[in-house]
Design a binder for this molecule. Structure first.
Ligand code: HPA
Length: 271
């Protein structure tokens, strides 16, 4: 997997030359608008990178944007791939590993998530303080890529490096109500049943989604600092009477996008 990621990084460098992003943002469903905040220098479509997994989901863009925000060199991954598209967990974390090879030290992982904690409302943001990934395949299964990190990496503080404080301070300054909570990753693509949501709640999850935790694992394995932000797009199944739809998820992403973009910019400024 290391060599595959290296080839992808080399292919990207044919476009970006010696541009070295320090911070990266991975944008989830319907959150691509943030890329407009970047003074873009280069754009590389996933489909133009040999060996790179391409997204198949509506609302996911499928390209990297490289440029500056608050004077800092950053990379934005517009769209990600998920295991439910048929990719292995190791393939799904390739974008994060390629970003590491391009020089990224801090990655901000974002997603659309279902709210389990009944204090949350659709359109609100949650800072991920920890995650539950046990329902998914580990991206580290297989021969260990020593070049990235050790066989048995510690996960006691995945979302650390002072980023949580930076995010909370930024939210306070902007007057944004930033919840804190545990994110549970499930396989999908079907949304959960009410019984599954009750189970996740009892296990300590505040929000549920189909990405991010495995990316955070790969990022920590490779020694990157990780920040995680969920946009609560809907209440998880069974919490309200209405059934869930991907359209609702995309519509609520649009509603919460202003706060989301302001918060991301402020975090990048503070890092
Ligand atoms: N469940 C799982 N993934 C999600 C949800 C949800 O309710 N909302 C957005 N992504």
């Amino acid at each position: 997997m290391y060599n595959e990621c290296l080839c992808c990084a080399e292919s990207i460098r044919k476009t970006t030359g010696d541009f070295k992003p320090e911070i990266a943002v991975v944008l989830g469903s319907g959150l691509g608008g943030f890329a407009d905040s970047v003074d873009a220098e280069f754009s590389v479509k996933y489909a133009d990178i040999p060996g790179f997994p391409t997204t198949t989901v509506a609302g996911h863009g499928g390209r990297f944007v490289f440029g500056y925000l608050a004077g800092k060199p950053i990379a934005v991954a517009l769209g990600r791939v998920h295991c439910y598209e048929g990719y292995t967990a190791a393939q799904a974390v390739m974008p994060v590993r390629v970003l590491k090879l391009l020089g990224v030290k801090t990655v901000i992982l974002t997603n659309a998530a279902g709210g389990i904690n009944t204090d949350f409302k659709p359109g609100e943001l949650m800072l991920i303080t920890d995650h539950i990934s046990l329902f998914c395949e580990s991206p580290l299964i297989g021969e260990n890529a020593e070049q990235f990190g050790e066989r048995f990496p510690d996960m006691s503080e995945v979302y650390g490096g002072g980023l949580k404080d930076a995010a909370l301070k930024a939210a306070e300054k902007l007057g944004i109500n930033l919840h804190r909570g545990v994110y549970a990753q499930v396989k999908g693509p079907q949304y959960e049943t009410p019984a599954e949501v009750r189970m996740l709640s009892r296990l300590g999850a505040d929000a549920v989604g189909m990405s991010t935790a495995i990316e955070a694992i790969a990022a920590r394995h490779a020694g990157m600092n990780v920040c995680g932000i969920s946009l609560i797009t809907n209440m998880a199944a069974g919490i309200k009477k209405e059934p869930l739809s991907h359209r609702e998820v995309l519509e609520s992403s649009a509603a919460g996008e202003k706060d989301f973009c302001a918060l991301l910019s402020a975090i990048i400024e503070a890092v």
